[in-house]
Design a binder for this molecule. Sequence first.
Ligand code: BGC
Length: 572
Amino acid sequence: MTLVGRKTVIIHQQTTPKQWWQDAVIYQIYPRSFASSRGRIGDLAGISSRLEYVANLGVDAIWLSPFYLSPQKDGGYDVANYRLVDPLFGTNDDAADLIATAHRNNLKIIVDLVPNHTSDQHEWFQAALAGDEVARACYYFRDSADGNPPNDWISIFGGCAWTRVCDRADAPGSPWESDTSWYLHLFDSSQPDLNWDNPEVREEFDNILRFWLNLGVDGFRVDVAHGLAKDPALPNWQYHWDMVAGGSEIPENVPRPPMWNRPEVHEIYRRWRSVLDEYGPDRMLVAEAWVDSEEDLAKYVRSDEMSQAFNFAFLLTPFTAHDLHETISTSLSAMDSVGAPTTWVLSNHDVVRATSRLGLSHTGKGPNGIRSWEEQPDVELGHRRALAAHLLQAALPGSTYIYQGEELSLPEHMDLPDNVREDPAFFRTQGREAGRDGQRVPMPWEADQPAFGFSPNGESWLPQPAQWADIAVDVQADQPHSSLNHFKRMIALRKTLAMGTAQLVDQEPQADYLHYVSQRNDRADIHVFVAFDNPVSLPEDANLLIATCEISDGILPANSAVWFEQDTERVN
Ligand code: BGC
């Protein structure tokens, strides 16, 4: 194959990053499931004890899902006290220790901020239940004349988005047992939505940001960033806004949602930007915003708002050359239009793990969890595709997120018994959806230890599949061609070659493969090829740097990817 003469288009210019997060590799830690120093549930001391492993992966930063005081009705995304570590995860001293350990290991640390809702155990909500009008004004409490909910909104997790106070399980015998008012919860009934029109709510969150910034954190991942502002008239709107995919399935003639992605959210982020700026220019905010277009997403990262936003479009894109090509171009152009780095995301604690998702007959977002009687992924195919997708991801300019365990190619746990499930989505859909527990199973560290070394006493809040003995960290560490060692090589190479700040050149799209060229003025061009359903011939002078499988006779097999330099030919 010759590469000379192909039409090429520069789709992103080389950048000179001013801040660490602009081209960082960020590793997501789900604290319940990473490592435990005590038993059953992962904790902060457990994370500290395994940070060297994370640092050795070569990543630049960690993002921790919530570890604050919480009844854990939604894995900690139901916060009862934003300034206190839940005893389940340790103490505030453990948090300070973790921040210091991370910094000693040259890792920046991003913590989760959950501003759309609190837990129903938060002192404000408890005071609201007890009838305190000031506290009630921090939430959406409404009366209804006819005994029906104030409007027809539905919860993301299924069912009605309103609960009547007197219908709560804790109502009988309480002072609020005859309170017939309703409160809004776009998620579980244990997660009442905050009213962001109330200045008290705004002030409180400014101070929560300062509290963690004073402890030394480097940034915040902002949960449900598209949800904070609601149309004060609370008009009816009964459509399903999907977790991660947002409104992409909603017909275009439907009016804009009164609760999602409203322009008023942006004032809040401008305000937070100025709070972060009190601490210097290097503290960051990353938006979790499920919006339907890259243009809308770009609004969250204008220069006076957040630093970056998760690019869920990449995660949702079917594994085809055409679809990925389209998403990569539109993502880069949307973020470049506001001067923000693009992020690349393939997995997190809310979606089926990439290794399993990409082995299904329809790739894209996939179902909400997989059970043993539902369509089972093709294991080999999913594994190959996930490695290829990650190698493509690592080649792209901007910042990259890796969910814990992706480096091991951990699959989804598809045989979890229902009696261990904790995801509210499973309960609120009456089991129609398996939910997200299968992607949150504790990490396997040592093959021959109880609970694969997750905890000292061999307990684990979710059972781990027995087959994980073959892919535990210690097993993979000793295998030169393991997924773990491949990820380490990939991350190291991404850094050495400064792929995150390079110019990206797009070769005219080919029907069944992708070809990008990563260019910098201080090194040779790096070609990135991804093969899909068919093998692809590589140029004769391709000098391979890294590949997701063995390459013989210059043929890149189907569902695999490679980076190479060319000895003799240059792409124009
Ligand atoms: C988090 C979920 C959580 C939801 C409600 C999300 O986007 O990632 O895990 O259930 O917010 O807080």
